[in-house]
Design a protein around this ligand. Structure first.
Ligand code: ADP
Ligand code: MG
Length: 574
């Protein structure tokens, strides 16, 4: 189809908006254009996290010389002609907006040669100003270079995240598309380093290995496509024992388009219901095929949100496909459905998802009811009196008493505080102990994770991790902080990296303390973990001796106090 400016009637029907938010969104638009152009090979290179340069080279259909200027015009597209077409979109682009929007906020250079034309065309647009078109020799396909993104929009530039964050987003995005298009050869280079390279031979499992690393990819369970079904699901899901602390590894493609959709996430989580402990999420890469007329992609400018005509049906198909796959996968050895990350932790053996009440004596508490107002008050910081352990509620809170009343202690927050103070005190005393592993472990990370770990390597060393890069994206772990012993070291390190991922903001200053706080968050006793009476006592003892016992290192309260006075008032004794 030739490129044409959309008639006003059509363009006004398109969800308008700004598509260029950050370097990763430019990469997304350019890669989607290459895929729409039928490219079999797409090479992406960025410098300074895409702020200085984003280059995308493809071998797709190219743009005819007479249309090259149109490509950068607003609402010029070859993918749509009538408003009717909007209801059955089978290309990734359709808005005719990306190139013009990008060209308005950068220096864009395009060299393109249409298949069948003798020469290529070169076009330069500088901050929206289009320079004369020239003929150049070039191979068929298209090269687009975006330099100095947002150079003329300082406000935007200022709000960009760090280069590392941008690099991570770009890697994440390209990896996902490489998975969805295994017969396209993808190459991603950042700062001259190859981060991702796929062969384009159509083998999805091979791409999975490239993206997630051998160990993770090996464990992922395939959902084969169901040909003939009107709505079909295929892809990969993790067995329950392979899980993450956030939903970030839930990836969905609908008709080849990467989308974010909370109901699809909910369907996956429902399929794992009771298989995963609270707060843990599976890894899933899922491809849905839905008749185009049943999906509205024209909802949001970035096209990453969609609307299904029959959302419940899609939900059900997805949920069932995954559930059936998981149920058929019972042979996995050593599946510990309750595993927290501490496999040898005796105290979690009774089931981390348990909501059993380990309360000393009878109780008629309703755990879901909100506490009376007087219970909601949080104590100011300062030391705490000696506490006597009474019991545990909901496997998450300790009940304790002291002469001045009742204390409810959040076991996770409290343990975070204890570990944090210990770690910092040891560090200050130069006594931060690290424990050598009997055997060094080699741990493989995804590219994005490896970048994160690399960034924090020095600080982690200061805190007692002995880690060194070991090849492309593997690391060798030789020692861990003594505080972490008793935990599976590889899992501990993974948890720490996950924590970095969740808090993408860089740790600029007070690096070690903040890093330590993040580590402690990961290694602390979890909510949902049943503690023996001795363990409850020990936790309270340790908390009493903290210098700031009333808050966790992130500033949340560790305890709620109900004074004798308040109790008497609640019971109408006063
Ligand atoms: P859209 O993708 O929504 O049509 P864009 O602004 O992204 O809008 O692109 C405008 C037009 O330029 C596309 O419709 C397509 O015809 C052409 N185009 C852009 N990138 C490429 C490419 N890599 N190869 C071939 N044609 C391209
Ligand atoms: Mg496009």
């Amino acid at each position: 189809m030739p490129i044409k400016i959309l008639p006003e009637k059509v363009s006004s029907a398109i969800a308008a908006g700004e598509v260029v938010e950050r370097p990763a969104s430019v990469v997304k638009e350019l890669v989607e254009n290459s895929l729409d152009a039928g490219a079999k090979s797409i090479q992406i290179a960025t410098e300074e996290g895409g702020k200085l340069l984003i280059e995308v080279v493809d071998d797709g259909c190219g743009i005819a010389q007479e249309e090259a200027l149109l490509a950068v015009a607003r609402f010029a597209t070859s993918k749509l002609q009538t408003a009717q077409d909007l209801f059955a979109i089978d290309t990734l682009g359709f808005r005719g907006e990306a190139l013009s929007s990008i060209a308005a906020v950068s220096r864009l250079e395009m060299v393109t040669r249409a298949q069948g034309e003798e020469v290529g065309s070169k076009l330069i647009v500088d901050g929206g100003e289009i320079k004369p078109l020239s003929s150049v020799g070039s191979p068929p396909g298209t090269v687009i270079r975006i330099r100095n993104l947002f150079y003329n929009v300082p406000a935007r530039r200022k709000f960009l995240k760090t280069e590392n964050t941008e690099r991570r987003w770009i890697t994440r995005f390209v990896s996902r598309y490489a998975l969805a298009y295994p017969d396209v050869r993808f190459q991603l280079q950042q700062e001259g380093r190859t981060l991702l390279q796929t062969s384009g031979n159509g083998d999805q499992r091979e791409v999975l290995t490239e993206v997630f690393g051998l160990e993770t990819a090996r464990q992922m369970i395939a959902i084969p496509p169901s040909p003939g079904a009107e709505i079909s699901v295929s892809g990969f899901v993790s067995p329950p024992e392979l899980n993450r602390s956030n939903r970030r590894e839930l990836t969905f493609f609908v008709n080849g388009r990467w989308v974010q959709d909370s109901s699809l996430s909910a369907a996956v989580l429902q399929a794992y219901h009771t298989l995963l402990m609270v707060g843990r999420y599976p890894i899933a890469v899922l491809f849905l095929q839905v008749p185009p007329e049943q999906v509205d992609v024209n909802v949001h400018p970035t096209k990453s949100e969609i609307r299904f005509r029959e959302p419940d049906r899609v939900f059900a198909v997805l949920q069932r496909a995954i559930r059936a796959t998981l149920m058929g996968h019972t042979s996995a050895p050593g599946v510990d459905l309750h595993s927290t990350w501490s496999r040898d932790d005796r105290s979690s053996s009774s089931g981390a998802v348990s909501t059993d009440w380990a309360f000393a004596g009878e109780s008629s508490f309703d755990p879901s009811a909100s506490p009376p107002r007087s219970l909601q008050g949080v104590l100011p910081s300062g030391t705490i009196p000696l506490l006597r352990a009474v019991g545990q509620i909901g496997a998450s809170y300790l009940v304790a008493e002291s002469p001045d009343g009742l204390y409810l202690v959040d076991q996770h927050a409290a343990h975070e505080r204890i570990l944090f103070e210990k770690m910092m005190a040891d560090r200050d005393a130069g006594a931060l102990e690290s424990q050598n592993l009997l055997e060094a472990q080699t741990i493989e990370f995804s590219h994005a994770e490896a970048v994160l770990l690399q960034e924090n390597l020095e600080a982690l060393k200061e805190l007692g991790f002995d880690i060194e890069p070991f090849g492309d994206r593997s690391f060798r772990l030789r020692a861990i902080p003594s505080l972490v012993t008793g935990k599976d070291p590889a899992f501990a390190l993974r948890s720490v990296v996950e924590e970095f991922e969740e808090n993408e903001e860089p740790l600029a200053d007070a690096l070690e303390a903040r890093l330590a706080a993040r580590i402690c968050k990961r290694i602390a006793i979890k909510a949902g973990q049943v503690l023996s009476v001795d363990e409850q006592r020990q936790l309270l003892r340790d908390l009493e001796s903290c210098s700031l016992p009333r808050t966790c290192p992130h500033g949340r309260p560790t305890m709620i106090h109900l004074s004798v006075d308040a109790l008497e008032r609640q019971f109408g004794r006063r």
